[in-house]
Design a protein around this ligand. Sequence first.
Ligand code: ADP
Ligand code: TRP
Length: 321
Amino acid sequence: MKKIMLSGVKPTGRSHIGNYFGAMKQFVDLQDEYESYIFIADYHALTTLQDAEELAENSLNVALDYLAIGLDPQKTTLFKQSDVPEVCELAWIFNCLTTVPYLERAHAYKDAVAKGKEVSVGTFDYPMLMAADILIQDSDVVPVGADQKQHVEYARDTAEKFNRVFDKAKVGDFSQSFKLPTALILENVKTILGIDGQKMSKSYGNVIPLFIGDEEIRRLVMSIVTDSGSGLPKNVFAIHSLFRDQKSLEALYEEKQGKYQHLKEALIADLTIFMKPLRAKREVLARDKNVVREILKIGGARARARAAKKMELVRRKIGIS
Ligand code: ADP
Ligand code: TRP
């Protein structure tokens, strides 16, 4: 029996090379090894994106992105989070086991508070919905970028807590309710930096999107912020390291030391080669969006059936079946 892998990406904008190298590529690389569940986290996106048309459009686009990078719907159950409404029910149950001080320690929440934002209850509770996504499917591994590590730990803690509280109750079923999931983080990738040197993120407007054309590649590379200090354009180098092995990259940057224009041209060339086949594949897939909708429908039904079954156990455990 294969172990279960699950992960998701929020449909809050265009997928970028940080998403790809930090998380999405792993989904493709691991889909043979694991029983694989990949979803579009539209309920999570609602914490920041409140526009019906945009959310629907982005969700379909993320599905296209997944297929274009090589997720195979024969191997991977691809679905929308909102097609499994049971996760909201489970998140409520987790809310009742979780304390406020514990959620107040979440980095994402603390950052939002530090930036003086008026934080919604959804943002505060984000880790519990994510725990529900993960635990409802009995996931063993969760491939994510380094920034999501703490969230997977929240899921693990929540599974432990639920098991501690309810598995001893005398309600018939004494097996462990939830598996304890593990985050899969590529150590050599970690956090990919954007064109301004901060973490690449849709919310910072500093991304290099996947599937872009030659002109956009050029424009974005030319706008990578270079510091003139050390002779090494750090930000260019960091992005470039995604496309070349360390040795040939170091040789190139040594040879062209200080020649930022040359180095940016080399990065443009490598990015162009990388994007071309991905873009071509996506263009073909985008011609018939109904195929994508059908894939999501089938995946959603499969994911929901598993979740519904899991919820029967959970309801029995807590005494509401
Ligand atoms: P964003 O921050 O751009 O909104 P998401 O939160 O949707 O991205 O992240 C989707 C996945 O991509 C997550 O697993 C996340 O850890 C990963 N990821 C996002 N940005 C980066 C980055 N800069 N470096 C590495 N991984 C990333
Ligand atoms: N929080 C993740 C992100 O911002 C998206 C996500 C939601 C997720 N639920 C998940 C990732 C469950 C892995 C597993 O990228």
